[in-house]
Design a protein around this ligand. Structure first.
Ligand code: C5P
Length: 320
C-alpha cells in the first residue's frame, strides 16, 4: 500500500476530443445502453489535466469551459483516479486541475476525455506502470467513450462503444467545429432516437463499407460523403437550429457535416487548412455558432506531456 503525501511533483496529461465519423445505433439493451457500431476519430482539440499529491481530493477547472466542470466527487476525473487507487492499493489523494477546452456535454467526449487523462496521470504520479488491459477495463467502467480517449487515432467501437479495434487510415483530415453554448444530455438524445425510430431498429449495427473505404483511401471528399450519425435526427429534433448550422457549412464548401455523438457540436470536414480557415471565419461571423474551433485528426490519445512552462525552458526536451 502506497501512502503519505509526497511533495512537489506534478504530472500533466493532454487528451483529445473525439468526433464520431459514423454512429449506427442498435436496440436498447436491458442495461439501459444501446448496442452500436461507431467510428471514433480523435481531433486536436485538447484538455490538459495536471495532478499533484494533496491531503484531500479537489478539482480546479480553468479554460474555455472550466466553469461548467463539476467540482465534487461526481467529477469523472476524480472517480477515475479513485478507481485506479482502489485497484492498485494506493492510499493517496490528489489535487486535479483541468484546463478545459473540450465542450462540456458537446458530443465530443469531454468528461470521458478527462477520465482517461486522469487514469494516465494517476498511473504516472503514483509510478504504477499499470498494465494496459487494466487501464482499459477501468476506462470502460467509467463510461462508454473513455477507452477511446485512452487510445486515440481512428478506431471502430462496438458493444456500447467501449470495445475498440483500430482502423487503418491515410492522411490527416481538417475539421471545423461549430460549438453550442449549452450542451445536450446524452441519455435524452438516445431516448429521443428510440422514440423517432420506434419499429425501425437496426438489429445488428455495423460500420458501412463506404466509411471503411474512405478512411483507407484518405480521400476527404469520400469521407465527407460517408459521414453519418443515427443520433443526428434526434439531436436536430431537440435543437432544430442545428439544421441551419449544417446547411450553412455545406453551402460554404464543407465536404461533409455531422453532429458529433449526441451533439450539439457540428463537425465540418474541409479540404485542408485554407478552406477550414475560410469556413471557420464565415461561421464565426454568423449568428449560428457560439464559438468555432479548427482541429485536425487523427491524433494520439491521452499522454503525459511536459508542462508548457518547462517546455519553454527546455525546448529540446519535448516528449510528445
Ligand atoms: O457510458 P456513458 O456514461 O457515457 O453513457 C451515458 C448515457 O448515454 C447512458 O446512461 C445511456 O443513457 C446512453 N448511452 C446509450 N448507449 C450507448 C452509450 C450511451 O444508451 N452505447
Amino acid at each position: 500500500m502506497t501512502s503519505g503525501v509526497p511533495q512537489g511533483r506534478s504530472v500533466t496529461v493532454r487528451v483529445p476530443a473525439k468526433i464520431n465519423l459514423e454512429l449506427t445505433v442498435g436496440p436498447l439493451r436491458a442495461d439501459g445502453y444501446h448496442d452500436l457500431a461507431t467510428v471514433f476519430h480523435a481531433v486536436s482539440l485538447y484538455d490538459e489535466l495536471i495532478v499533484e499529491p494533496a491531503q484531500d481530493w479537489t478539482v480546479h477547472a480553468t479554460g474555455d469551459f472550466g466553469a461548467l466542470v463539476p467540482r465534487g466527487s461526481d467529477n469523472l476525473a476524480v472517480r477515475a483516479m479513485q478507481d485506479l487507487a482502489h485497484a492498485a492499493g494506493v492510499d493517496q489523494a490528489a489535487r486535479i486541475e483541468i484546463r478545459k477546452q473540450i465542450p462540456v456535454a458537446g458530443g465530443m467526449a469531454g468528461g470521458s476525455a478527462d477520465a482517461a487523462a486522469a487514469l494516465v496521470a494517476a498511473d504516472a504520479l503514483w509510478g504504477l506502470a499499470t498494465p494496459r488491459r487494466v487501464l482499459d477495463e477501468l476506462a470502460a467502467g467509467l463510461g462508454s467513450d473513455v477507452p477511446f480517449a485512452l487510445t486515440g487515432g481512428t478506431a471502430m467501437g462496438s458493444g456500447r462503444g467501449e470495445r475498440l479495434a483500430p482502423v487503418l487510415t491515410h492522411g490527416t483530415f481538417s475539421w471545423v467545429l461549430a460549438l453550442s453554448e449549452t450542451g445536450l444530455s446524452t441519455p435524452e438524445v438516445y431516448a429521443e432516437c428510440d422514440r423517432l425510430r420506434e419499429g425501425s431498429l437496426v438489429a445488428d449495427p455495423r460500420p458501412s463499407p463506404g466509411m471503411m473505404a474512405a478512411l483507407r483511401s484518405g480521400s476527404a471528399a469520400a469521407l465527407g460523403r460517408a459521414l453519418a450519425n443515427d443520433l443526428q435526427p434526434a439531436a436536430l429534433r431537440l435543437r432544430p437550429e442545428l439544421g441551419d448550422v449544417v446547411d450553412f457549412g455545406m453551402a460554404r464548401g464543407a465536404l461533409g457535416a455531422v453532429v458529433s455523438g449526441s451533439g450539439p457540436t457540428v463537425a465540418f470536414l474541409t479540404g485542408g487548412v485554407e478552406p477550414a480557415l475560410d469556413l471557420a471565419a464565415a461561421l464565426q461571423e454568423s449568428p449560428l455558432a457560439s464559438s468555432v474551433r479548427r482541429a485536425s485528426g487523427p491524433v494520439h490519445g491521452a499522454r503525459v506531456v511536459i508542462p508548457s512552462a518547462e517546455r519553454r525552458e527546455h525546448p529540446a526536451g519535448r516528449r510528445s
